[in-house]
Design a protein around this ligand. Structure first.
Ligand code: URA
Length: 261
């Protein structure tokens, strides 16, 4: 049974400051398991206690995880100096103190983005120990060429001489200007630079899977939804590119076409 001070428990999960919590407790506005607790330094069981502040139940779960289907025009940052941030798209009831985008998509890219206040998770995601696959669908300027398959699997050399890890690429069945790519790394503008290296150009890009966590089909562009820690663990599970392709390529190809201008 992990014991934690009541004010620490509440301040880690809400925007209340410790002094506000002290005041609210003194006024009898904080209940633990249905009973008013007047001192905010009281120790409670962090795993089992039911805590309400001003009638609102505080969530047991320490961290929050939100999946966003990012639209174009927003930056993956917490700082709005380069434009409106993806945080603006998260409704207040899902937006938590300290939340940040765990990973990056370019301002003109769309698709799956995880936002969380769990720094440890973000660290795990970036660690080279965990090879999290990322699948993107792209719209190309020129037709897809079959020689891309070998070139990507051998490891593309980018224009600046940097080499990429082997990656997989497949043309969509519904258009020879749409392709799916699977990468295990995340260099700056990597997908765009990989297609540039084979003489093509990415016009539109959408991320559709992170690890085994597929962008839910029901999540429209600009929408977000909370996911549970169990779902988050799917990030660290293997994705099978061919299985993904068989299951989702028709849906995500048709979906991307809607955004082609
Ligand atoms: N690769 C890119 O070029 N852009 C992105 O947003 C993501 C991957």
């Amino acid at each position: 049974m992990a014991q934690i001070r009541l004010d620490k428990f509440i301040s880690e999960r809400t925007e209340y400051t410790r002094s506000q919590i002290k005041e609210l407790a003194a006024k009898g506005r904080i209940l633990v398991d249905g009973t008013a607790v007047k001192r905010s330094d009281t120790k409670i069981d962090s795993g089992a206690a039911s805590v309400t502040v001003c009638g609102q139940e505080i969530r047991q779960q320490r961290f929050s995880y939100v999946l966003l289907n990012k639209p174009q025009g927003y930056v993956c940052s917490t700082d709005d100096k380069d434009g409106e941030t993806v945080l603006k798209l998260i409704p207040p009831e899902l937006r938590k103190k300290g939340m940040f985008p765990a990973g990056r998509l370019d301002k003109d890219s769309m698709g799956e983005l995880l936002l969380t206040d769990d720094g440890e998770l973000a660290h795990r995601m970036l660690s080279p120990k965990h090879h999290i696959s990322k699948i993107y669908i792209v719209q190309l300027f020129r037709e897809f060429e079959n020689n891309y398959i070998n070139k990507f699997s051998e490891g593309i050399t980018l224009a600046d001489g940097e080499t990429c890890l082997p990656a997989r690429v497949r043309q969509s069945e519904i258009s020879n200007k749409l392709a799916f790519v699977e990468l295990y790394e995340g260099k700056y503008h990597q997908v765009k630079r990989m297609f540039a290296a084979v003489g093509n150009h990415v016009e539109l890009l959408m991320r559709v899977s992170l690890g085994n966590l597929v962008l839910p089909e029901k999540l429209a562009i600009g929408e977000s939804m909370e996911i549970l820690p169990n779902d988050v663990e799917n990030l660290f599970k293997e994705q099978d590119f061919d299985l993904f392709f068989a299951k989702y390529s028709a849906f995500y190809s048709a979906n991307l076409i809607k955004y082609i201008r």
